[in-house]
Ligand binder design. Sequence first.
Ligand code: ADP
Length: 633
Amino acid sequence: MKCDPTLYRATTPSLAVKPRLIRHLFLPPLIIALMIGLGYVGFWTSEHFGIRSLGENGQRQLELHARAVESEISKYTYLPSLLELESSVSQLLDDPSAEHRQTVNEYLDGLNRRSRSRAIYVMDTTGRVVATSNWRDVDSYLGEDLSFRAYFQNAVRGQPGRFYGIGSTSGEPGYYLAHGLEEHGKIIGVAVVKVRLEAMEERWQRARLEAFVSDENGIIILSSDPARRLKSVVPLSDAIKEKLARSLQYYWFPLNELQPLARETLAEGVEKLTFPANSEVKADEEDISYLAQTRPLSDTQWNFTLLTPLQDLRREAINQGILVAVAFALVAFLLIAWNERRKVIATRLAAREALQEANNQLERRITERTADLRASNDRLKSQIRERRQAEETLRRAQDELVQAGKLAAIGQMSTSIAHELNQPLAAMRTLSGNTIRFLERGQLDVASTNLKTINDLIDRMGRITASLRAFARRGDDKGRASLGKAVDAALQVLGARLENTALQLHRQFDDVQVQIDQTRLEQILLNLIGNALDAMQAQPLPELWLEGEEFDGKYRLRVRDNGHGIDAEARKHLFEPFFTTKPGEQGLGLGLTLSASLAAATGGHLGVEHPASGGTTFVLSLPLVSPTPAEPI
Ligand code: ADP
């Protein structure tokens, strides 16, 4: 897969940093703002719908309890009119004698007990109480003038007197129902029933219902909460207050307004009221909100108000708001996490693709290089093959040359060999002739000495031929040779020539073991010492130094002479085959070439130095078998 390199190319720092910075700076406040906003929307929605649901439920409750209040009130409506039927009452009003009064008092007392009202009493048209159910009590109404009471004023005019007020005698609140008693179409007096409605308050309290009833003046006359009693639900001007105080309807109780902290009209007859917390009960309690639903009570000018607390709803709405905010935060967090993860995966994918591409490229290159290498390897192999073939050819040629060199050396040395062998042969002939004669004479001692000498001569001849055989034999490139023995062998081969010179030989080397065939080493040394002897032919005091030293795992033997040395021109061609400065049949020009190649074949080297003091030094380096040098020879 080809990957677009622009995908993972590094963006310019300034451009890359800015959006990230903006994101980091503005994202958290934005999320928090959205959290708060959505939380508020959640809260508002929950509260709104909660209030609606509470309102619907409250409406049913309102209806139920309002009906209960209406029935409680209407229960006594008929009672004062009943007194119209009672003849003793009209007699009393006609003739207020003590006897009549007593009869009516007792009648009213019995009626009051049965009807469970608070008091029943009868007034004349002037407003004076002429008979009462509580005639026995200390605070009896008997003889009291209640003409100032509004219910009396209405009833005496033939209108129904309905009145809630606080008794001027007992100071006890009650509901007064008054009825004008008629006789022959004329009102002769007024019958009043006082009813206590507190039972309803107790019922509300037991049912944990918060409700109140406000009268025509807007004054709360019944309340589940005693603190709200005799408070006004409408604003009261000073004039009205004055008027109400003078009417003594509420006795001398101070009339204050019920002042909520907040009032919000939600619909017709539906309000949201917030009251301050009752700080005496709980200092840290929060303000209390209510849903207030009001409905007028039939047959009266009163209103029934049901209060539904909104705390639970509010708490639930707050919880809903928090839930919405937290849910949003969670969703936002998940989205951010998902986005980050997506980015990480995208980066990883891009990196993987880049890696894959790089890998593919690498593999392509490796394949190309491998092909190149294989081709060059094949070339090298064929070159190696060619070189090996050439080397093989060369080695064969070298072997041939070595053999040729040996043969040449044998040819060259045949004279001296013949001379070397002829001498002992001549001596042996003479000695053997003499020995025969000494034996004939019986001189056995002399004959024995001669035979011993002959034996020595035969040994010597055997050694010479053995050396020549070894020289002529093809040897191995690798082997083990003793330097001391090789020098001895070479000197032995050259023995005849050495005898004719006053050579001074300096042996300063160790009898070390070197890695070369013994015969080949002897052959090299024979060449080097032979050449030195040739160079020193004209030297009256010929000297030959054989100096050895160990160097870097090899043994270095210097063969130095004080001969005529080598001129500059000859130095260039020394190791070339068939280069010789020797006249006629004396030199073949193969000695140095073969010696150098024999040394090189074992990992050694043959070099030349030209000392300033004169003469020539050939340096033969051969690998040591054992690095520890033997005893000096
Ligand atoms: P050859 O002995 O048959 O000439 P070599 O290869 O052994 O062949 O020697 C080549 C030439 O190197 C000799 O002809 C001689 O001129 C020169 N040479 C070799 N050794 C010495 C030496 N020790 N001193 C002077 N010249 C030498």
